[in-house]
Design a binder for this molecule. Structure first.
Ligand SMILES: CC(=O)N[C@H](C=O)[C@@H](O)[C@H](O)[C@H](O)COP(=O)(O)O
Length: 236
């Protein structure tokens, strides 16, 4: 799939991130495939997958759905943890992803290669790159390195503290304005349809939603809190 075809396929639409971390009850490739099939049925434009499930999840989702697949690996213990090396990016290519999501921050990468090297390797393999960034500076760096799209995925996750509750719409707005020729995908902590719509109104090409759609543990916790807050004794 070429860049124009991917951009056309996802423009103005929802991408669903189908992932589950180690120890999660859904940490099973066949469960991830079912999440992806549910997302297809609900109208998703593309599936983002891989993560700690790695290339096995990417290959299984690729085989099960006809939509574009954005693949990644994840090394949860590391600072640079999303598809951090050229070798990891090429493994995601080999698993059949149309787009490889890679760490797009300015931080040094564990293989000592530059983001530009990583982008070139993926392009030479005929696939596209989504650069997952945390800051405005990262976004400019990733665009200069040749990324096809920039995602706000890592905002709030690189400084060591607790991430905020809200999505980073301000980063979307600033990158949209600064990067007229590199589309911006809003990703990270979009919890409601209204917030996803706000990202589109801010100029995002598309919105990626994971947890709010695919993590029943988190959804249950939110409802537990709501129910507990509503107990008669809670208001006293
Ligand atoms: C920071 C990080 O590791 N993000 C990961 C990237 O693939 C996933 O764990 C997220 O679920 C994904 O970005 C979607 O975001 P949210 O689940 O908030 O809708």
């Amino acid at each position: 799939m070429n860049r124009d075809a991917f951009l056309a396929a996802v423009s103005g639409r929802l991408i669903v991130s189908c992932q589950a971390g180690h120890g999660h009850p859904f940490r099973d490739t066949s469960a991830i495939v079912r999440m992806a099939l549910a997302a297809v049925e609900g109208g998703a434009a593309a599936i983002r997958c891989g993560g700690v499930g790695g290339v096995a999840d990417v290959a299984a989702v690729r085989a099960a759905v006809d939509l574009p697949v954005v693949g990644l690996t994840k090394d949860p213990g590391a600072d640079v943890f999303i598809t951090p090396t050229v070798a990891a990016a090429l493994a995601v290519v080999a698993a059949g992803a149309d787009v490889v999501a890679v760490d797009g921050t300015v931080r040094p990468r564990p293989d000592g290669r530059s983001l530009r090297d990583t982008v070139s390797a993926v392009h030479e393999a005929g696939r596209l790159v989504m650069a997952d960034v945390a800051t405005f500076e990262d976004g400019l760096y990733a665009a200069a390195a040749g990324a096809d799209v920039v995602g706000t995925t890592l905002s709030g996750y690189t400084t060591g503290g607790t991430p905020p509750e809200e999505p980073d719409l301000d980063l979307v707005a600033r990158l949209v304005q600064a990067l007229p020729s590199v589309p911006v995908i809003a990703e990270g902590r979009y919890r409601t349809p209204h917030e996803a719509g706000a990202a589109m109104r801010t100029g995002a090409l598309a919105v990626v939603v994971g947890t709010a759609i695919t993590d029943p543990v988190r959804i249950t916790r939110d409802f537990v809190r709501g129910v507990e807050d509503g107990r008669p004794e809670a208001g006293r």
